[in-house]
Write a protein that binds this ligand. Sequence first.
Ligand SMILES: [Zn+2]
Length: 125
Amino acid sequence: MTEKSNELICTACGREALLLRKPVYEGFKKTGESLTCSCCGHVYADEESVPFRLKRAQTIFSEADRPRPVQVFNEGENQTLCRYCVHYVVNPFMQWCSFHKKEVAATDSCPKFEQKEVSEETAEE
Ligand SMILES: [Zn+2]
């Protein structure tokens, strides 16, 4: 069992914030959770799109001394896909770049690409 942190670094306001989880009901049936940023109220479509702050790594930085994104992958190119980017937000209706405020495709690539932290978030819920 991996314990999930509620801390995130919000893609919308860029601050360290807490994830607010609220059950969503349709009638009496729980249909999911609403995931919002405690700072700005940005709504995340699902767990996958929440930029959780990693507990182990030293991911705590302020806006000021935020390091340049490190390119950790080999060839680079094919990894700069929107679907791997922190700015990539998926909801039931579209795929969205929270940086450019526009619709994107998972296979788009982008000069503003920023590697999404991959943590335990792939563990099934
Ligand atoms: Zn926020």
